[in-house]
Write a protein that binds this ligand. Sequence first.
Ligand code: CTP
Ligand code: ZN
Length: 150
Amino acid sequence: MDKALQVSAIKDGTVIDHIPASRLFDVISILKLYKNKEMITFGTNLDSKQLGKKGIIKVANRFFQGKEVDKIALIAPNAKLNTIKNYEVVEKRVVEIPDTIVSIAKCFNPKCITNHEKITTRFSVISKNPIELKCLFCEKITLENQVEII
Ligand code: CTP
Ligand code: ZN
């Protein structure tokens, strides 16, 4: 089988791989990649043994950390972040969902106070696979396919 890459290799930057195909544009949006000035290449609906169809994003000269990685984990829990230096993969990180989520997700409950007043959202992660977030204000559960990032 020909091992040609479906999206060209990059010299320096980050390859976010193994994104569920349906979440590719959400990852672009939460990382505000539409504002990025460096080269970005991406592909979606690529064949993946693990996910069936996957998405991939390659961002030149950007290296993600902290909250940005937590946000990726929430919408693409199986994503792998590959750090590329001089064409080599020098680090491979599996994103990890933290035990508590502060400020980055929206509560699914339309009646929740966090959706009506300027209050920072807080959740405890009661399940990581599939993701289930329990709101500390209204105690309602937001499920993986309902997670909206703010
Ligand atoms: N990659 C890239 N540019 C480079 C090196 C690697 O875009 N200069 C991409 C590869 O195309 C791949 C990802 O970075 O999508 C990770 O590379 P590698 O670890 O070599 O690939 P795999 O072993 O297939 O990764 P995994 O096991 O995570 O699927
Ligand atoms: Zn709530």
